[in-house]
Each structure stands twice: as C-alpha cells, then as structure tokens.
Design a protein. Structure first.
Length: 143
C-alpha cells in the first residue's frame, strides 16, 4: 500500500474538481472512480490478512487494518452520498451521516499499547481522507 496516500489525495482532488466544475458525465465518472477506490480501501484489510502467513504480523497490524476497513466503509458511504446528492435524492443525508459515524469510529481506533513505537490513535491519510468525508455533503455544485 506504499504510495496510497499521495494517490488517494490526487483522486480526492480530482473528485472535488469534477464535482465543482464538471458536467453530469464528468461528475458521474468522478463518483464511479471514487466508488472503486473506496471499495479497494474497504477490501484491503481482508486481502492483507488473507495473504499474510505470519500471525504475529496480523495481530500487531490489527488496529491499522481495522481503521483502514472503517475508513474504506466511510468512503463507500461518502461515494454513495455523492451519487445520491448528484441525483437530488433525499437518501444522500443518510449516507453522509453514516459516513461521518464510520469516520468517527475509524479516528478513534487506537494502537496496541506497548506493541508499537507509539501509543495513541491510528492515522490513515490524516488531513486528506477525514477532510474529504467531512466536506462531502457540500461538494455537489448546483446551478
């Protein structure tokens, strides 16, 4: 997953721009790209767990994998909310509310005390992913 942060930042920037300035087709493509990325993030922890033979690695990386799964689900709900908002569906607010709940859960995941170099909460794409999820309800530009 090396380099995921910069790629995610670039994608989220493109999505913001498409939602602000794009026509319906551009917005739809941006939301589809976001949905694929969200699905990849949400699936990554299970993919990693399935591919790791060292159980101690999986045990010690559990908080990061758990947080990543929650962030992936938050981004999935955000993408669904953007699609609903773009279609002027009242369901958008429900998706955004769920995304915020999942983001809060993800932001609260803590490291295993004493198992890593630092103790505290897990940060994944800090300042990028959390900001996008928070800003999403206002990203669909309306004429």
């Amino acid at each position: 997953m090396a380099g995921t942060g910069p790629r995610l930042h670039a994608l989220l920037t493109r999505v913001r721009e498409a939602l602000a300035d794009g026509d319906a087709e551009v917005r739809a493509q941006a939301i589809a790209d976001l949905t694929r990325a969200a699905d990849d993030l949400a699936a990554a922890p299970d993919t990693i767990r399935a591919g790791v033979a060292d159980a101690s690695f999986t045990d010690q990386s559990r908080p990061w994998l758990d947080a990543l799964a929650l962030w992936g689900r938050a981004l999935q709900q955000t993408a669904a909310g953007l699609a609903a908002a773009d279609a002027s569906s009242p369901a958008a607010s429900r998706y955004f509310t769920d995304a915020q709940r999942l983001a809060s859960e993800a932001a609260a995941v803590k490291t295993i005390p004493g198992a890593t170099r630092f103790d505290g909460t897990i940060h994944i794409a800090d300042g990028v992913l959390d900001r996008f999820v928070a800003d999403a309800p206002g990203l669909i530009a309306r004429p």
